[in-house]
Design a protein around this ligand. Structure first.
Ligand code: NAG
Ligand code: NAG
Ligand code: NAG
Length: 351
């Protein structure tokens, strides 16, 4: 099983395909690199579209590695009272602008459907630049559908689009998430499936995860953290891989989200971040970390974290390792975001 970890590295050696902005055709490749046009071409474009066709009928997710991403910073619109991206990249429900070097995103794609990336470039900035690598990931085939099918006589002429059984789509993420991939019935079942590639199984994000970190240590930051402000109305889930007998510690290097009761001093937890009663315009900027507690006080076990006094704190959490980020419609210059480092390790404590 150890060998599986090498496979993603091997696949990196494959030749990448480059896709041009507003190309008439869509590419059908396992890995596609998208780069901004040269400055002279870029400044005359209003939009830039990329279309990436599935390279097989099994593709169910695309991992988007944002190697370089610099677009103009969002601006405050006095009419709408909203922070808005001037230029942006839109991919499904995600709209990104500002500086996002090093970030990544996972998007689900319906089988057989192309993925579209849209860049809106109305400000004609010559400073904008981006480079993204898109990796198409395949989900295991539906075993039931396969069993029902005739032997693969003309499979090569007629690509079939199979949907995952609800059971399977629930099952797969959980396996990667909490289970030890080395043994157990779950791992055995995965192996008996006609998996397109073991490397993909390792890379696939659990369902519902918009970001997925697979290494045992790493850093996580909010979008446009380098630009100094996060966008309103965002909701996404950040997941870290880890088995059931593990725990994770998050060290908050920077932390500044708004709080519902700004007049109350002190760090923001639970009710400060997310009031139990839903009211119009309530502040709901927070990181939601289930099954967590403060490292310096194990009796203190919040779920929601907000405010601007938690920098320097350490939070311990149990699997599954998921952080939900939420921002409300209001914006404030103090909403600079968060940056943390994490470490996954053997569980040392009872919650
Ligand atoms: C500001 O928001 C208003 C209302 O949503 C919109 O009509 C207008 O185009 C926005 N202005 C800019 C400069 O984007
Ligand atoms: C956190 O995010 C996950 C994945 O998107 C979602 O299923 C879950 O409902 C969210 N939890 C809360 C409390 O919003
Ligand atoms: C922004 O938030 C800070 C504290 O988080 C508060 O003191 C300040 O009044 C807010 N500013 C505006 C314009 O709402």
């Amino acid at each position: 099983m150890k060998l599986l970890w090498l496979l993603p590295l091997l696949s990196l050696a494959a030749v990448d395909c480059q896709l041009q902005c507003n190309a008439a055709t869509s590419v059908r490749q396992k890995r596609t690199v998208i780069r901004s046009p040269v400055a002279g071409k870029l400044s005359v474009l209003d939009t830039c579209q990329y279309e990436v066709a599935p390279w097989s009928s099994q593709v169910c997710q695309v991992r988007i590695d944002i190697e370089r991403f610099e677009l103009p910073q969002p601006r405050f619109n006095a009419t709408s009272q909203l922070l808005e991206c001037v230029d942006f990249m839109q991919v499904q429900r995600f709209q990104l602008c500002g500086r996002n070097n090093g970030q990544h995103l996972y998007v689900q794609v319906q089988r057989g459907r192309a993925l579209k990336l849209h860049f809106s470039l109305g400000s004609h900035s010559t400073q904008s630049t981006w480079q993204l690598t898109l990796t198409q990931l395949e989900c295991p085939q539906n075993t039931l559908a396969m069993a029902k099918q005739q032997p693969a006589t003309d499979a090569s002429h007629m690509p079939t689009v199979r949907t995952l059984l609800p059971f399977l789509s629930n099952f797969l993420p959980r396996t990667i998430f909490g289970g030890n991939p080395g043994n157990g019935p779950a791992a055995q079942l995965i192996q008996t499936l006609t998996a397109p590639s073991a490397a993909d199984l390792e890379l696939l994000a659990p369902l519902g995860c918009d970001q997925f970190y697979r290494s045992t240590t790493g850093g996580i930051a909010s979008f446009n953290f380098a630009g100094g402000i996060y966008m309103p109305n965002m909701r996404y889930a950040i997941c870290v891989a880890g088995a059931a007998n593990m725990e994770i510690s998050y060290s908050l290097d920077h932390f500044s989200l708004s709080k519902s009761n700004n007049d109350v001093l002190g760090p923001g937890y639970d009710e400060d971040c997310h009031s139990t009663v839903k009211t119009m315009g309530r502040a709901t900027d927070y990181l939601l970390i289930a099954n967590s507690y403060m490292a310096n006080n194990q009796a203190f076990q919040p779920t929601y974290y907000c405010g601007n006094q938690l920098a320097g704190s350490k939070i311990i959490a149990r699997p599954p390792f998921v952080i939900n980020f939420s921002s409300d419609a209001q914006t404030n210059a103090s909403e600079t975001g968060f940056q943390l480092t994490y470490k996954v390790r053997q569980s040392q404590s009872q919650l």
